[in-house]
Ligand binder design. Sequence first.
Ligand SMILES: [Zn+2]
Ligand SMILES: [Zn+2]
Length: 281
Amino acid sequence: MSSVDVTPRSEITNKRGAYLIGYSKGFAKTCLAVHVAAQLTACALLWYHTNLSTVYAIPLGWIAGVLLADFASGMAHFHLDNYGFIDYVTAKMPGLPFIAQYVAHHDFPDLILSYDYWTTNSDGLYATCITMTLTSLACLFYDIHNGFSEWSAFMIFALSSLQMMFFMNSQTNQFHYWSHQLNPPIFVRWLQKAGILLTFEEHRRHHIDPKTCYCISSGILNPFLEKIGWWGFLNTVFTAIIGEDKIKQQSNAEFRVERVKQWERELGVVSATSLGSKKTQ
Ligand SMILES: [Zn+2]
Ligand SMILES: [Zn+2]
């Protein structure tokens, strides 16, 4: 069977790009502004409530936040790769273009490099502006209810870990984007070498074997989760629940080609294969 990717990259990009940009840039920028405001509120609360005896909880919380963000990115990625494509119709629904992005990513991995910052990160900015705002509001209400009384080290740890997790997840697709670049910016390469951001080599393992290495924030948890067989365990659970082994389907090349064609039909996109043979437009 011929490969689906027979069309020049730019043509595929143009045809699909219109669908993949599910949010306007203005909306994505608003989400980022709301997220930043919620982060600053959280910083102000931490500043107000932290003293010398509890300040240690903040760096511990940030470390936990990096790990939590990596785990959350892996769980979301696992779902979207293997289960999120079930309902192609959802890809057409406003607010859910990220499913379409994940559907396309394994068939057109480097398509991500044609997106700008706002397109790449729109879903992460959208999701985390809600979760970060709710977190800061919950802390504010807690404070008002308790008369701005002292916070325990655990409370400070909890807020700083959530703050870091939502920040990392707001940029996870950007970290993913950089892991596809052969020559990312120097400061990114430094962070990748330090193990804080996903590296090209680490993420390549997922594209070679899509049954593993789902974490795409820092990738720190990938070796551990692989060692304990986490993704296989999850798939066993889901297979038992829905009665189908979706990961097995994913590894079937013909199934993947059919999946792309069905996706194109649903979205009204000109088929990549017919584009390749007809050279339309
Ligand atoms: Zn994937
Ligand atoms: Zn990728």
